[in-house]
Design a protein around this ligand. Structure first.
Ligand code: FES
Ligand code: FES
Length: 181
């Protein structure tokens, strides 16, 4: 038997301890927001929070979640009030709907933990696969959600321009002109 706290409620699963968390949530708890996409940890459609971290629930056994706090999309916030959900709605982000619960949970874990992530950190946290190509608007929605939390995405530092190199026929004392940006 595996004991977890799911969306604030104590739950005991009388299932094989190797059962993937995704199957326990969907089949035993009837929490069907997390989706089965690839089953191999790649697509992110099954993302939930385990102790606040975004986890691909097809890849973790319920035995490994013993005593953990699990949050699914159903328990993230009342009335879709989480800043990520509000930002997704405002940006009209949802296309297919299948991948969106996982996207929301991955983004929410980032927004809840990181006050001012860099673009690279946002990209590293949002590796969910979307066949519709919502990625630019997804990043914008995360910026909006972070602003709602008083944070922001930090732009990556611009690399310094390459110093001008003298040409083969330059003579000592010649002026070297740096090309305009
Ligand atoms: Fe879990 Fe795709 S179903 S990562
Ligand atoms: Fe679901 Fe793109 S919105 S795959």
């Amino acid at each position: 038997m595996s004991r977890l706290i799911v969306n604030g409620q104590p739950v005991q699963y009388r299932l094989d301890p190797r059962t993937p968390l995704l199957f326990a949530l969907r089949e035993a708890s009837n929490l069907t927001g997390a989706k089965y996409g690839c089953g191999t940890g790649h697509c992110g459609a099954c993302t939930v929070h385990v102790d606040g971290a975004a986890v691909r629930s097809c890849q973790v056994a319920i035995a490994d979640c013993e005593g953990s706090q699990v949050t699914t999309i159903e328990g993230l916030a009342e009335n879709r009030a989480h800043p990520v959900q509000q930002a997704f709605l405002a940006a009209n982000l949802v296309q297919c709907g299948f991948c969106i619960p996982g996207m929301v949970m991955a983004a929410a874990a980032l927004v809840d933990r990181a006050h001012s992530p860099t673009d690279a950190e946002v990209d590293a946290a949002l590796t969910n696969i979307c066949r519709c190509g919502i990625y630019p608007r997804l990043r914008e929605a995360i910026r909006t959600a972070l602003q709602g939390r008083g944070g922001q995405v930090q732009p990556e530092p611009t690399p310094a321009p390459e110093p001008a190199r003298p040409t083969a026929d330059a003579q000592p004392g010649d002026e070297i002109v740096t090309p305009a940006e």
